[in-house]
Ligand binder design. Structure first.
Ligand code: SF4
Length: 316
């Protein structure tokens, strides 16, 4: 991306979605949940109020400016550092993409909490692939793990997800994030299994910590435990990894620093993550990171998986 965009980021390469352009429509960190494992930091605006957080027309204009050249992409993905369906213009943006650029697969990463709002339910039915998260089926674990807005319940989310799957031809990959000590107990897993049986998603994806979490006590589940949990759910369940080193997307050379900032603004990354996602040599990435740290825009953090780079708060 040689031009600087405010609402678009990437494209990034992922094993799940291929080459995907990110669309981020709410300010950092506006969300209806404050998950303990969130890789985007603490939710500073915990809300269920849908608003035009950014002008809908500005987002549509950016999409138009990027997509009119017919870039080679596998997907356009609503994601970022917050809950996309909180944007009141979400349905309008979806409508614009489906009408003007139907050749791209439209993907939504969502926390599933606003599906009881009629406008949201109507808009998500036009999405090609929805990847909702559901980490808890009991209200107690939901509160401890997802730390929701006080009006939300796990029961409503499960009911609405089941309704969506039954009433719309959307493909659904349900993501369950395992936090050891919270939702990996036999009781909670049994309730989650019941929820999965009710929702009937096309796939169940089991995930665990990969980057620095909001709550420092959150630990990664072992691969063996994740595989065991996946086996319990169904033959449609799989353990997912976030980055693939096999796929590379070249970011424009002049835009490399900007591409790095756009990525780590959404979630902290290691150098390996950035190399595999942006497709630039490690030496180029290291050089740009060094410059960004020199200008105090980026900082390092040592964790089990390696050194992570994150944006300094003032530059969010
Ligand atoms: S993980 Fe997703 S749903 Fe949870 S707080 Fe972060 S952005 Fe919100």
């Amino acid at each position: 991306m040689s031009q600087t965009y405010k609402y678009l980021f990437g494209p990034v390469a992922s094993r799940r979605l291929g080459v995907s352009l990110g669309i981020d429509v709410v300010p950092h960190k506006t969300c209806s949940l404050n998950c303990v494992y969130c890789e985007c930091g603490t939710t500073t605006n915990l809300t269920v109020v849908r608003q035009e957080y950014f002008p809908t027309q500005d987002i549509v204009d950016e999409l138009q400016s990027y997509l009119h050249t017919s870039p080679q992409l596998d997907a356009l993905t609503f994601s970022g550092a917050g809950e996309p369906t909180l944007h009141a213009g979400f349905g309008e943006i979806v409508g614009f993409i489906k009408q003007s650029y139907p050749q791209y697969k439209l993907v939504l990463l969502t926390n599933s909490t606003l599906l009881d709002q009629p406008d949201v339910m109507e808009a998500v039915q036009k999405i090609d692939l929805i990847i909702p998260s559901l980490d808890a089926a009991s209200e107690l674990v939901f509160k401890k793990l997802n730390r929701p807005h006080r009006t939300l319940t796990a029961e409503t989310m499960i009911r609405q997800l089941a309704y969506l799957k039954q009433h719309a031809p959307v493909e659904m990959w349900l993501e369950i994030f395992i936090v050891p000590g919270l939702n990996d107990t036999a009781d909670e897993l049994a309730l989650l299994k019941q929820a999965v049986d009710k929702i009937q998603p096309d796939r169940v994806q089991i995930n665990s910590l990969d980057r620095p979490p909001t709550a420092q006590w959150v630990k990664q589940a072992t691969p063996e435990k994740l595989r065991e949990i996946a086996r319990q759910f169904s033959d449609r369940a799989e353990v997912i990894a976030r980055f693939s080193s096999a796929m590379k997307v070249k970011a424009d050379n002049h835009a490399l620093a900007d591409a790095i900032v756009q990525l780590i603004k959404r979630r902290p990354c290691t150098i390996d993550d950035l190399v595999s996602t942006l497709g630039h040599p490690q030496s180029d990435i290291e050089y740009e990171l060094k410059m960004l740290m020199l200008h105090k825009q980026v900082q390092q953090e040592q964790l089990d998986r390696g050194v992570f780079y994150r944006i300094v708060e003032d530059f969010q």
